[in-house]
Design a protein around this ligand. Structure first.
Ligand code: G3P
Length: 214
């Protein structure tokens, strides 16, 4: 299972990369806007910090401008993957870009049909937003299960990124389903470490070590 971090914050990215478990980064316009840094410089810096794929979102609406924008973004660093929302125009652009060898992460996926379209268009990744489905009282993880089952029936190369993760349980459920990638906010990655029995165990071992004959 690959772990991506869902942030554009360099401090968080470097910290998580230092843990040795980071395989990539996903950003979006909301996350980039939080950083108050010049966009192209920020993306280049993130791409230097993590050798794996770094998703960067396109904002153009029509296929032609989307392709132009995606080519510009892909030119920022060799590990840029362009994020394109699932629309008719986005799908047209995805076909062109994937034929050019530019990796596309099809984003804002909320149905299996959308994930199927993205795979057929040659997307490298699809990002179902499970937390946002949970937010409207739908079981987000059911969508991941269904997409994985459909992809399993064919030879699509598209990888599912479980996105919009809100808590550690989402990560575990994604892993139980065998999802190839989870993109996880820093706060949730940090929570994956915690168990009170680990803290108590360390405390007790240190106390006992103090009493040991050395
Ligand atoms: O990668 C998708 C993610 O950024 C969306 O998360 O928490 O805004 O639903 P959220």
């Amino acid at each position: 299972m690959k772990f991506f971090i869902d942030t554009a914050n360099l401090k968080e990215i470097r910290e998580a990369a230092g843990w040795g478990i980071l395989d990539g980064v996903t950003t979006n316009p909301t996350l980039v806007a939080r950083e108050k840094a010049p966009f192209a410089d920020l993306i280049r810096e993130i791409c230097r910090a993590v050798p794996g794929p770094v998703s960067v979102e396109c904002v153009a609406a029509d296929a032609g401008p989307l392709v132009e924008e995606a080519r510009r973004l892909a030119g920022l660093a060799p590990n840029v993957v362009v994020k394109i929302p699932l629309t008719r125009e986005g799908l047209k652009a995805t076909r062109t870009l994937s034929q050019e060898g530019i990796g596309v992460n099809t984003t804002l996926i909320f149905s299996t049909a959308q994930a199927l379209l993205a795979a057929k268009a040659g997307s490298r990744f699809v990002s179902p937003f499970i937390g946002r489905l949970d937010d409207i009282s739908q079981e987000g993880m059911d969508l991941v299960r269904e997409i994985l089952a459909v992809y399993e029936n064919y030879t699509f190369q598209t990888e599912v990124i479980v996105a919009s993760i809100r808590h550690p349980r989402h990560v575990i459920e994604a892993a139980l389903l065998g999802a190839p990638v989870a993109t996880v906010p820093f706060s949730v990655l940090d929570k994956l470490f915690h168990h009170p029995l680990t803290d108590i165990g360390i405390e007790n071992f240190l106390k006992d070590w103090g009493r040991a004959v050395k």
